[in-house]
Design a protein around this ligand. Structure first.
Ligand code: CTP
Length: 409
């Protein structure tokens, strides 16, 4: 299994599995946590074993699964050290109405509930159950009791449920659960900052069915938005057309199509921001006369002339009005990368520019990885080797924090 190290690297995470149909999805959660470098220990209740076998969890976690009250003391490879002593976090997924009710009322009658009662590490409940059960006054009261006592709790998702009904009660997606787990561990060093991020390409129409665009997938900008939010910033994302899901539900997103739409959205919202990161690959030109109807092939000519007109340079405009806001640009280049990037940084009055070689295979446009050079206004530059866009986003935000700290001195 390829491991992608994140802030979960070497974290000891206990995953408690209780008896709900969503228990099969927890297998993917354990796999995902392990892939991100965590050492996962699974504890199952008796009812959970009706849905998934301990062997499955043992195989994906690489650790013995605990499912008996006294098993830990009879030959488990972690011996007499209690799990909750070595753990950094205890996640309960799926959390049924039963376990929520037991913990809320101080009942400890199996290994998992005993451990919850005994632990001092954060406990994170991911509820999943039938919509009516979730909505019942008892479950709601118990959930509130747990929140008031300092337990972390995720809201179930809405949609089709295994019992044939529809509504709130589904286990949130594995990505969302993992994002919440990363959140628990994240240092909130961007708290108090308001970051406006643009992402993706813009699309300029030639006629109702044809357009000019570029190969930007939006992945880099979405990764910055997700990590900035995780690190405590208030984030707004203005995005061109992409195939990506909103990275977090607590990030307001404005969807735009053209460069002019993006410019209007940015100009409407930039004043509230303390930091603006312009990741978007804005189309430099639009059609001068966009046709209202589909352009038909006419006559024998092999050519069609399109007259293009320059789009607004959004970051250039921001550079003139930014005052003390931190402005970060990207330079997508294919040659003389650093030279072009430094030129853009100066010309557009930026505080940082992130240069990347969009002609190199495996990085940049559309790829999951990137390799960039971060250049400061002072000329200091830092080469960031090939890594995931999440990791690149961390490094870019570290550079932003460096600028913030310098300003405060
Ligand atoms: N940018 C922008 N508005 C535009 C074009 C670019 O805000 N109309 C921003 C991008 O979001 C990026 C930075 O400017 O942060 C540099 O974009 P890039 O396309 O590399 O540079 P251009 O200024 O368009 O110059 P050129 O295409 O000639 O390299």
């Amino acid at each position: 299994m390829e491991k992608r190290f994140t802030m979960l690297k070497n974290k000891e995470i206990i995953v408690g599995v209780t008896g709900g149909i969503a228990a099969y999805k927890t297998v993917e959660l354990v796999r995902g946590l392990s892939r991100r470098g965590a050492n996962v220990h699974v504890v199952m209740t008796k009812n959970a074993m009706e849905f998934v076998t301990p062997l499955t969890f043992q195989t994906v976690s690489g650790n013995t699964v605990i499912h008996e009250m006294f098993e830990l003391f009879t030959g488990s490879k972690i011996g007499h050290i209690t799990l909750s002593d070595i753990a950094d976090l205890l996640v309960i997924a799926p959390a049924t109405a039963n376990i929520i009710g037991k913990v809320a009322n101080g009942i400890a009658d199996d290994f998992l509930t005993t451990m919850v009662m005994a632990t001092t590490v954060p406990v994170f409940f991911v509820p999943s159950m039938n919509t009516k059960m979730w909505g019942s006054p008892m479950v709601q009261a118990n959930t509130q009791k747990l929140k008031d006592a300092g337990y972390k709790m995720m809201e179930p998702a809405s949609g089709d449920l295994a019992c044939g009904t529809e509504g709130k009660g589904r286990l949130p997606t594995i990505e969302e659960i993992m994002e919440n787990i990363e959140d628990i561990f994240a240092v909130k060093d961007l708290a108090g900052e308001r970051i406006l991020i643009t992402a993706g390409p813009t699309t300029e129409y030639i006629d109702p069915v044809r357009c000019i665009t570029n190969k930007s997938s939006g992945k880099m900008g979405y990764a910055i938005a997700k990590i900035a939010r995780r690190r405590g910033a208030e984030v707004m994302l203005i995005t061109g057309p992409t195939a990506l899901q909103l990275p977090r539900t607590d990030i307001p997103m404005i969807q735009v199509t053209t460069a002019c739409d993006m410019r209007d959205a940015v100009m409407e919202h930039y004043k509230r921001a303390t930091v603006i990161i312009k990741t978007a690959a804005v189309a430099d030109f639009k059609c001068r006369n966009e046709a209202c109807q589909k352009i038909k092939k006419k006559g024998d000519s092999n050519y069609l002339m399109l007259e293009l007109e320059k789009n607004p340079d959004i970051i250039g405009e921001l550079g003139k009005v930014k005052e003390d806001r931190i402005l970060v640009g990207f330079a997508a280049e294919t040659d003389n990368i650093l030279e072009h990037a430094v030129e853009k940084l100066k010309k557009k009055n930026l505080d940082l520019i992130i240069a990347n070689n969009v002609a190199k295979a495996g990085i940049g446009f559309g790829a999951d990885d990137n390799e960039v050079t971060i250049i400061e206004k002072s000329g200091v530059s830092k080469e960031v080797p090939k890594m995931s866009k999440d990791e690149i986003a961390q490094t870019i935000l570290d550079a932003v924090i460096k600028v913030i700290k310098k300003r405060k001195k």
